[in-house]
Write a protein that binds this ligand. Structure first.
Ligand SMILES: Nc1ncnc2c1ncn2[C@@H]1O[C@H](COP(=O)(O)OP(=O)(O)OP(=O)(O)O)[C@@H](O)[C@H]1O
Ligand SMILES: [Mg+2]
Length: 467
C-alpha cells in the first residue's frame, strides 16, 4: 500500500517536472524567436539609417564640396555593407527574406553607384552649381522602385513584423502553457501533500494502536505468568494432596484385601468341614449349595490376591538392574506349561534381549501378558506364543504375540483399566485386573503400553521400558 503510494507520488512529481520543463523550453524557444525577430527589425532600421546617412554625406559633399563629407560617405558605405551582411546572416533560416535582402543589396549598390557618380561628377566639375542641379535630383528616391532602397528595406521589415506578430502569439501561448503547467503541478502537489499528510496521520494512529496493543500484550503476559505461577503452585499442592490420598487409598485397599482373607479363610474352612463331615446328612441340593459357596470363596480369594498384587506394584520402589528378558519370558512360559501339561503350545522367543529394569516387577508383567496369551489361545488349535523386540525411532519396543481369540479393537482403550474384560467369564475365566497391573508396572518404568488385535486372529501387546 505505502509502496504503491510512494511510487505514484514519484510518478506524479516526475510528470510535473517533465510538463514544466517542456512548457518552459517552449517559452524559452518562443522568447528566443521573438527577440531574434526584434533584432532583425532593428537591423533593418539600422540599414535604412546607414543608407540615409550615406545619402546625407553625399548631399552635404555636393552642396559644400567639403572633403570630410566625401570621406564620411565612403566610410558609411562600408557600414551599409556590414549591416546588410548582418541582416543576411540573421535571416539565413528564411529563403523569402534572403531573396528580399538580395534585392535590397542590389538596390543599395545601385543607389551607392549613383551617389558615387554624382560625387565624381562634382569633383570633376570642380564644384560648379550647374552640375549640382543635374546631379542632386538623381540622389532622391525614385518611387517606381528602380533604386528604391527604402521600399526594399520596408519589404524585409514588413515580413519581420508579420513574423513578430506570429511569434508574439506563440510566446503568449507558451506563457499560458507555463502558467497552466505550473498551476497543474501546484494542484497535484497540494493533492499529494494532503495525501501524504493523511497517510502520516494514519501511520501515526496505527503506531499508537500498535504500541497500545503491545502494552496490553505485556500486561496480559505478566497476568498469564502470574496465573501460571499460581496454577503451578496449585497443581503441585493438588498433586501432593492426590499422592497422599492415593497412598491412603492404596493402604486402605491393601488392608481391606488383607483383612478380608481371614474371614474368607474361615468360610473356606467351615464350608469344607460342612462338606466333609455332613455330606451324608445333606441332600444333593444342600451339597450343591456348599460347592457353590466354595466356588465363590475361591473366586474371591483370587480377586483378593490380584488386588493385593496391584497395590503392591504401586507401593514398592522400582529398582533397575540388568535383566535377561528372553530368559525371564521363557521361565514364565515354562511355568505355565508345567501348570497345564496337557496343552501343546509353540513358544518362539528372540534370544538375548537385555534390559535395565526391576526384575521382580517385570516378572509380574510377563506373567500377566504371557498368562493372557496362554489363556486366550486355549481354544486355538496349533497355538503359538511369541516374544521379541523391535526398534521404533530410538526406542526399543518389546512384544508378546499370540494367535488366540483376539479382541475387538474398538474397545482397546478399556483393556488397561481394572475390572474391564472383553470376554465373558464362561468363555475365559479372569478378574480383569491383570492388564491394569501390567500398565502400572510399565508406567512406573516411564514406559508405554499398547495392543493390536483382530477378533479371532490373535493379539499383540507392545511395551517400552523408558529410562
Ligand atoms: N492375549 C489376549 N487375547 C485376547 N484378549 C485379551 C488378551 N489379553 C487380554 N485380553 C482381553 O483383555 C481383558 C483384560 O485382561 P486382563 O488380563 O486385565 O484380565 P483377565 O485376563 O480377564 O483377568 P486376570 O488377568 O485379572 O485374571 C481380558 O478379559 C480380555 O478380554
Ligand atoms: Mg489376565
Amino acid at each position: 500500500m505505502y509502496r504503491l503510494l510512494s511510487g505514484t507520488c514519484l510518478c506524479v512529481v516526475l510528470l510535473n517536472t517533465w510538463i514544466a520543463g517542456r512548457s518552459l523550453a517552449a517559452l524559452f524557444d518562443a522568447e528566443h524567436w521573438l527577440s531574434h525577430t526584434l533584432e532583425v527589425i532593428g537591423q533593418t532600421q539600422k540599414t535604412l539609417f546607414d543608407v540615409s546617412t550615406a545619402s546625407n554625406y553625399s548631399r552635404a559633399y555636393l552642396l559644400t564640396g567639403d572633403q570630410q563629407y566625401e570621406d564620411d560617405f565612403y566610410k558609411s558605405e562600408k557600414d551599409i555593407n556590414q549591416s546588410i551582411d548582418q541582416l543576411q546572416h540573421l535571416t539565413i533560416d528564411s529563403q523569402g527574406q534572403q531573396d528580399r535582402i538580395r534585392v535590397l543589396r542590389q538596390r543599395v549598390a545601385m543607389r551607392m553607384g549613383v551617389m558615387e557618380t554624382a560625387i565624381n561628377l562634382h569633383r570633376r566639375a570642380n564644384g560648379s552649381d550647374a552640375d549640382n542641379t543635374v546631379v542632386v535630383p538623381l540622389l532622391s528616391e525614385s518611387p517606381d522602385g528602380g533604386i528604391s532602397v527604402g521600399y526594399a528595406i520596408q519589404q524585409v521589415e514588413l515580413e519581420e513584423r508579420r513574423l513578430l506578430e506570429t511569434r508574439y502569439q506563440e510566446s503568449r501561448s507558451a506563457r499560458r502553457g507555463v502558467v497552466a503547467a505550473f498551476a497543474t503541478a501546484t494542484i497535484l502537489d497540494i493533492v499529494l501533500l494532503v495525501l501524504a499528510f493523511e497517510l502520516l496521520v494514519r501511520a501515526q494512529r496505527a503506531r499508537l494502536e500498535l504500541s497500545e496493543r503491545a502494552d496490553q500484550i505485556l500486561h496480559l503476559n505478566s497476568d498469564l505468568k502470574n496465573a501460571n505461577t499460581t496454577l503451578e503452585a496449585r497443581v503441585e499442592e493438588r498433586t501432593k494432596e492426590l499422592q497422599v490420598s492415593n497412598q491412603e487409598l492404596e493402604a486402605f485397599s491393601y488392608s481391606v484385601s488383607h483383612d478380608l482373607r481371614a474371614p474368607l479363610r474361615t468360610i473356606d474352612g467351615f464350608s469344607l468341614a460342612l462338606k466333609e463331615d455332613f455330606s451324608d446328612v445333606l441332600n444333593e441340593e444342600g451339597l450343591d449349595y456348599i460347592s457353590r459357596v466354595r466356588g465363590g470363596v475361591q473366586r474371591m480369594g483370587t480377586l483378593i490376591d490380584a488386588l493385593l498384587q496391584l497395590s503392591r506394584v504401586t507401593r514398592s520402589e522400582v529398582q533397575r538392574e540388568k535383566v535377561d528378558l528372553s530368559q525371564l519370558a521363557s521361565i514364565v512360559f515354562n511355568e505355565l506349561r508345567l501348570s497345564d501339561p496337557d496343552r501343546t503350545v509353540e513358544w518362539v522367543a528372540q534370544p538375548d534381549v537385555q534390559v535395565m529394569a526391576d526384575a521382580r516387577l517385570l516378572r509380574v508383567a510377563l506373567e500377566n501378558l504371557i498368562g493372557n496369551a496362554w489363556k486366550f489361545t486355549s481354544k486355538t488349535p496349533n497355538a503359538r506364543i511369541e516374544f521379541g523386540s523391535s526398534s521404533r525411532g530410538n526406542e526399543t519396543v518389546y512384544f508378546i504375540r499370540d494367535n488366540g481369540a483376539g479382541f475387538d479393537m474398538n474397545y482397546v482403550d478399556r483393556l488397561f483399566t481394572a475390572f474391564q474384560r472383553l470376554h465373558g467369564d464362561r468363555e475365559f475365566k479372569g478378574s480383569g485386573i491383570g492388564l491394569a497391573t501390567v500398565s502400572r508396572i510399565i508406567r512406573r518404568h516411564h514406559g508405554t503400553i499398547s495392543a493390536e488385535s483382530e477378533l479371532g486372529h490373535g493379539a499383540t501387546f507392545y511395551f517400552t521400558l523408558g529410562r
